[in-house]
Design a protein around this ligand. Structure first.
Ligand code: SF4
Length: 165
């Protein structure tokens, strides 16, 4: 059976981002995978009960790996500690991936939850640091292969190899 792809819901245009918008990713492969039933959408922040719109959040003191290890926390622009909610969202993602047969994830870059390659540095100044969001880190720990939104072609090749193998 073809293994499926967990996808950040905002990449499918769902209006779940902190600003109440989506971030639709236009790519024919994504349209095809959706028609084939391969995509499993999730917004982990909404799954954790956070409202939309909501204040933007950043990781303070590290990246998602550090949050999982208890060395860093997630706060929003109003100073509210959202670490527990972000950890709950990451657990939702890992559970859904396991239950729905997702071996792969296609995630939104830069998000403190989903970001696969970088996050903002916790100063709310627009400065970035390399690292994963909490969900990307949690999925990697679960053995899910994580791809960024600009890596659809690479994911398509990986999926072809998976189907052939
Ligand atoms: Fe998109 Fe992930 Fe942010 Fe939800 S948590 S809005 S799915 S980037």
């Amino acid at each position: 059976m073809t293994r499926r792809i967990l996808v950040s819901a905002c990449l499918l245009g769902r209006p779940v981002r902190y600003d109440g918008r989506g971030r639709a990713l236009a790519h024919e492969a994504l349209t095809r995978w959706q028609a084939e039933g391969l995509l499993v959408p999730l917004c982990p922040e909404v799954a954790a009960g956070l409202p939309t719109p909501r204040a933007p959040a950043e990781i303070v003191g590290g990246d998602g790996e550090d949050v999982l290890a208890g060395r860093a926390r997630v706060v929003d622009g109003d100073g509210r500690d959202l670490t527990a909610e972000f950890l709950a969202g990451a657990e939702s993602a890992a559970r859904l991936a396991a239950e729905s047969g997702c071996a792969f994830a296609l995630l939104t870059e830069g998000s403190p939850s989903c970001g696969p390659g970088f996050v903002y540095d916790g100063t709310f100044s627009g400065a970035r640091r390399p690292g994963s969001g909490v969900v990307a880190a949690r999925l990697r720990r679960a053995g899910v292969e994580v791809f960024a939104e600009d890596e659809v072609e690479r994911l398509a090749l990986r999926l072809s190899a998976d189907r052939a193998g």
